[in-house]
Ligand binder design. Structure first.
Ligand SMILES: NC(=O)c1ccc[n+]([C@@H]2O[C@H](COP(=O)([O-])OP(=O)(O)OC[C@H]3O[C@@H](n4cnc5c(N)ncnc54)[C@H](OP(=O)(O)O)[C@@H]3O)[C@@H](O)[C@H]2O)c1
Length: 334
């Protein structure tokens, strides 16, 4: 496993990270012994970053991860998140502190390695849409810093979802050490320049801006929630129906679009689409860790095997630009 520095935190994290969310679902709805086996195997294979959040399974992911990590006691980095409700935005400091206290209890840890704001970011707060305004980021970051001074968290970050310009501003302000960004073959705009008319939200190379600001970058939606496996079938513990982030109008559209990348297999660059998607994410050196949400031990092992093959060849990467050049014909989803 390759290790990369998580920006100015200085932490060394595995290029492939373990997503404990509800999309893959193993750490939310899986059988306990299957969770233990998958986490133990991940650790054996060198995975050392585990990503969860208060809202995944309404606390279930944190509770399960806490139990499994207590049992296995591995030396890993754990990141979780706080999502402010509209009401929380009226008393940000108290809401952040309460959320962190709850996460510490559920995760059975004395200190969180990484706490991240889960809300999207805009120029103005939109409580009804869960969007935190730039002005409200300051009290959130200030509270994270106070919690760090009290020894309850080590590092803190933001979520790179929301309004592109506002995100660029938030990253440039530099109040956080990490950012989570959506990056995949269908929407690579957080790390790649695309032609005019690209049909999805253009994140304007947010990853590069974050790296320029010495922030650690955690990639999400690397498999477009599973659509980049090329099949509409979901695993029984996975979220049955999942909405895309900054790609097609629905999951089926993303599955359809995944066919545009079949040339990578047909021409021998990769052996399957999952491999293509994972290797594409880790090809971006500025990404510290690329998360994959897993539903089973088998998916975890396959993901690690893909990551171990390293970045895609420069020829494959350059051929991808030909696909994105035609993306304007895909039609906008959301
Ligand atoms: N910051 C945020 O707002 C945010 C948002 C989303 C996710 N995340 C983080 O990112 C993590 C990853 O979740 P994601 O939503 O980004 O999903 P993802 O990793 O893009 O996709 C996960 C899905 O990919 C499929 N998959 C995984 N490994 C596979 C394999 N080896 N072969 C075939 N299919 C495979 C599974 O689909 P099936 O189960 O159907 O097989 C799984 O449900 C989450 O756990 C969370 O930690 C953060």
């Amino acid at each position: 496993m390759q290790y990369r520095t998580l920006g100015k935190t200085g932490l060394k994290v595995s290029a492939l990270g373990f997503g404990c969310g509800a999309v893959g679902g193993l750490l939310v709805k899986g059988e306990y012994q299957k969770m233990v086996r998958a986490v133990a195997r991940a650790v054996d294979l060198g995975v050392n970053y585990f990503d969860t959040a208060r809202i995944y399974g309404d606390g279930q992911s944190e509770t399960n991860l806490g139990l499994v990590l207590e049992e296995l006691a591995p030396d890993v980095v754990v990141g979780t998140k706080v999502r402010l409700t509209g009401e929380d935005m009226q008393h940000i400091e108290r809401a952040v502190v309460d959320s962190v206290e709850g996460s510490l209890t559920r995760l059975r840890r004395e200190r969180l390695d990484l706490i991240q704001l889960h809300n999207g970011v805009g120029f103005r707060s939109q409580p009804d849409r869960g969007v935190v305004g730039i002005d409200d980021l300051e009290p959130v970051m200030h509270t994270f810093q106070s919690l760090a001074e009290q020894g309850k968290v080590r590092f803190w970050g933001i979520n790179g979802l929301g309004d592109t310009e506002a995100l660029h501003q938030a990253v440039s302000i530099g109040g956080a050490q990490t950012v989570q960004t959506c990056y995949n073959l269908i929407n690579p705009t957080a790390g790649t320049r695309v032609p005019e008319g690209f049909p999805f939200q253009n994140y304007g190379q947010l990853i590069d801006l974050a790296a320029d600001n010495q922030m650690g970058v955690i990639a999400i939606r690397v498999l477009a929630a599973g659509a980049l496996s090329g099949t509409p079938h979901r695993h029984p513990v996975a979220m049955p129906s999942v909405s895309p982030i900054a790609s097609g109008g629905d999951y089926a559209e993303d599955v359809e679009r995944s066919k545009a990348f079949a040339f990578l297999i047909d021409e021998g660059y990769t052996s399957n689409l999952v491999e293509a998607a994972i290797r594409f994410a880790i090809s971006k050196a500025e990404i510290s860790t690329a998360l994959v949400g897993v539903s089973s031990l088998e998916q975890l092992e396959q993901a690690v095997e893909c990551a171990q093959k390293g970045p895609l060849s420069s020829e494959a990467l350059s051929r991808l630009h030909d696909i994105w050049a035609l993306a304007r014909d895909w039609g906008a989803g959301n």
